[in-house]
Ligand binder design. Structure first.
Ligand code: RTP
Length: 148
């Protein structure tokens, strides 16, 4: 089963968008395999965005990701990498469909509220980086008597 990495960026957290964003993925039917509310070190942000290190906005991007807590999320499901990217919408909110997360909640490319892995391979790499402790087994277990 495919897995992907999604991160609610500091602006999404500060604007109280954790619940509505998470709801889009869970209501769609994807399975939660990891969820962490955390601060991001400069080293982690630089490693995560290493491919963009030559871009003029790299320093500002790292500063932004480290500017407040984020929510790191691991999701599992059929075609979840591509599906999550569709749900998230285009990088620049001007180009993202209004029905997507960025289309609904963002105006500026530099404050686009969420990240999602762009390929299955990068999803694996990013999950290893952000969830080095491993993912949670989320196989449903139904217990009849909670207080037994
Ligand atoms: P992300 O990695 O955050 O999901 O975004 P993405 O794949 O849709 O876009 P990518 O090209 O990988 O860019 C990563 C993040 O860098 C910021 N950015 N700023 N100021 C700018 O021109 C600019 N361009 C990109 C955005 O926050 C983007 O999500």
């Amino acid at each position: 089963m495919e897995t992907t990495f999604v991160m609610i960026k500091p602006d999404g957290v500060q604007r109280n968008l954790i619940a509505p964003i998470l709801d889009r993925f869970l209501a769609k039917g994807f399975t939660l395999r990891g969820l962490k509310f955390m601060n991001v070190s400069k080293q982690l942000a630089e490693t995560h965005y290493a491919d963009l290190s030559s871009k003029p906005f790299f320093g500002g991007l790292v500063e932004y990701i480290c500017s407040g807590p984020v929510v790191a999320i691991a999701l599992e499901g059929k075609d979840v990498v591509a599906q999550a990217r569709k749900i998230i919408g285009a990088t620049n909110p001007l180009a993202s469909d209004p029905g997507t997360i960025r289309g609904a909640y963002a105006i500026d490319i530099g404050r686009n509220v969420i990240h999602g892995s762009d390929s299955v391979e990068n999803g694996q790499k990013e999950l290893a980086l952000w969830f080095s402790e491993g993912l949670v087994d989320n196989t449903p277990v139904l217990r009849g008597q909670i207080y037994e």
